[in-house]
Unconditional design. Structure first.
Length: 119
């Protein structure tokens, strides 16, 4: 059973989370510490984010809602808090796509580091 969110409820984790591009502690929790699964979801996000940003840039402002929603969900699933926040901004104003692309670039760079370094 779902409960309604009220103004007294705390902000969601992604709204107040760490300032890092990828919250490694969050990622470890949602993947139950399974390093193979972590790598898999990071690689999936990396590929998907690039495709979604390209599609958003090629779409009319009124057509990017579903793409942004998909990216936000994926970002929340891996602890890419800045990407999720930037998605919220694009949902409110489609012209914020450059800031979203920047956040995605940061997350993808961090993913590259995490995959390369194994952390």
């Amino acid at each position: 059973m779902q409960t309604a969110v009220t103004m007294s409820d705390p902000a969601p984790d992604w709204a107040v989370g760490p300032a890092t591009a990828i919250d490694g502690a969050y990622l470890a929790r949602v993947t139950f510490g399974n390093r193979g699964l972590e790598r898999e979801v990071l690689q999936l996000f990396d590929r998907q984010a690039g495709v979604l940003i390209a599609r958003m840039r090629a779409s009319a402002p009124g057509e990017i809602g579903a793409l942004v929603h998909t990216l936000k969900g994926s970002a929340l699933n891996i602890g890419a808090h800045r990407v999720a926040q930037a998605c919220v901004a694009v949902e409110a104003d489609a012209s914020a796509i450059d800031q979203l692309a920047e956040a995605v670039d940061e997350a993808r760079a961090r993913i590259g580091e995490m995959l390369w370094l194994g952390d």
